[in-house]
Write a protein that binds this ligand. Sequence first.
Ligand code: AMP
Length: 214
Amino acid sequence: MKIIMLGAPGAGKGTQAKRIAAKYGIPHISTGDIFRANLKNETELGKKAKEYMDQGLLVPDELTLELVMDRFAQDDCKNGYVLDGFPRTIPQAEALTKALADKQDAVDFAINVDVPDEAIVSRMSGRRACLNCGGTYHVEFNPTKTEGICDACGGKLVLREDDKPETVLKRLNVYHEQTQPLIDYYSEQGILKEVDGTLDMEDVFGAIITILEA
Ligand code: AMP
C-alpha cells in the first residue's frame, strides 16, 4: 500500500502517518525528518537544506528527489510506505508518478488532512519536537508523560525553529502556493480522499482507516 499524506504544516499528518505505518507494517517516510537527521549529523545535504528550512522555504526539488529516490530503493519499501511531507510541489509529484509508472506501479491513496489556517497557527505554537529521535508532541493535544521530555527516548523537547509563529505564517504561504495544487493533481488521478483534521486525533485516525479499508 502506497499512501501520500497531504495537508498544511501542522495539520497533524505526521502523527497520523506514524499510526498508519504502525498499523499496516509499512515505513513512515518523512522528508522533514530525513532533512533534520542530516542537519543534526552535519552532512553536506543537511548544510544545504538548513538555509531553506530555517526560513520556512522548501528545499529545492532536485535535492529532495535525490534523497527520496534513495530511500525508496531500500528494502523495507517493497510492500509500500506512507509518505509524510513528500511530494510538496507539482514537479515532485510528477517525478514520483513517473518513477512508479516505470515499474508499473502507482500511489493508492492521497489523503488530505484538512485544517483551516487559523487553527494551524495556534496549534503549531504548542508543538514540541524531540531533538534526539524526531518524535513530535503537543502541549495540549498530545502531551508527554513528563513535561519537556520525549516519551519514546527520554530526549529533550524543543519548539522547532520552523514551528515559531513568524516561520509558520511563511510556511503556510509556501503551502498554499506550492503544495495545495497537489490536491487537484491527485483529485484528477482519482485517488484523493479528504478527512477533517480539526477532529480529535482518534477520530481523524478512524476516518483514515475507514478510507483505507473501504
Ligand atoms: P516538515 O517537517 O515536513 O514540515 O518539513 C520541514 C522542512 O523541511 C520544510 O519546511 C522544508 O524546508 C523541508 N522539506 C521537507 N519536505 C520537503 C519536500 N518534499 N520538498 C522540499 N522541502 C521539504
